[in-house]
Design a protein around this ligand. Sequence first.
Ligand code: UTP
Length: 303
Amino acid sequence: MTESLPRISKAVIPAAGLGTRFLPATKATPKEMLPVVDKPAIQYVVEEAVAAGLDDVLMITGRNKRPLEDHFDRNYELEEALSKKGDQNRLAKVQESSDLATMHYVRQGDPRGLGHAVLCAAPHVGREPFAVLLGDDLIDPRDPLLARMVEVQEQHGGSVIALMEVEPDQIHLYGCAAVDAIGESDVVRVTGLVEKPEQADAPSNFAVIGRYVLDPGIFDVLRRTEPGRGGEIQITDALQQLVTGSGEGGPVHGVVFKGRRYDTGDRGDYLRAIVRLACEREDLGPEFRAWLRRYVTEEMQAP
Ligand code: UTP
């Protein structure tokens, strides 16, 4: 909007959910630490924030938070052992995650919903616009979304959400947005939001996915937002108030994402993410693809 606005530099990553869809794997380990090929899902998310120019990262953690903090911290014992062996390649991999960004942590005592998790970021964020990246939502690094959202926020002000068209029978799994075109191919104006509607009640098939660039006005709205669907404080309900103008922090625009995205908190999507990313890796891909081709052929021939 104006050139004097501060550049967005802070990313908030909520990672305090219970991860019940992935039990028992998530009984003692946060779902964000589950490996996607050979990196925990959360590292892709932090890398995405850094690639969009946000290197101040606040993670909202809950129970079992230790592995998350440890992953982004130094591990001197391991580093020394690899150093002694002269294994520079693996040493670099170990150091990569601790050198990525300036990491901060705050604990969400009770997982009272995504809206409540975002509210826990208020003291750290202050009065600047900031980004929210869900820790279990993986956007393929080759399909940049966040950088475009930051650009749209700088252009239009207010708040920006990420939208993706889904099959109508899938919309009940997402927040859903009613939108108006504004003459840009990948940007729309959001006119209404509803959390996980039945197919018949959904205003569109635009699903809200886990990236947001928010005006700090959202915090005041969240403080007033009552628990909604599932007894949780929903970010969608707070955003709906920004849309209707009853809270400072609007207007709300949506960036329509057409790239590859995986919900690593969902078992099927998690498996698809691993297969796809493994196939495309230079080191693992050729051998893995050949095996996968043989496997699929055998499966198709099976009675
Ligand atoms: P989900 O809706 O996936 O919930 O949260 P969940 O509890 O993590 O997982 P399931 O449904 O039980 O399997 C979306 C995002 O919001 C965070 C989660 O960590 C995830 O990144 N979240 C959710 C919080 O940080 N706190 C909460 O109270 C709820």
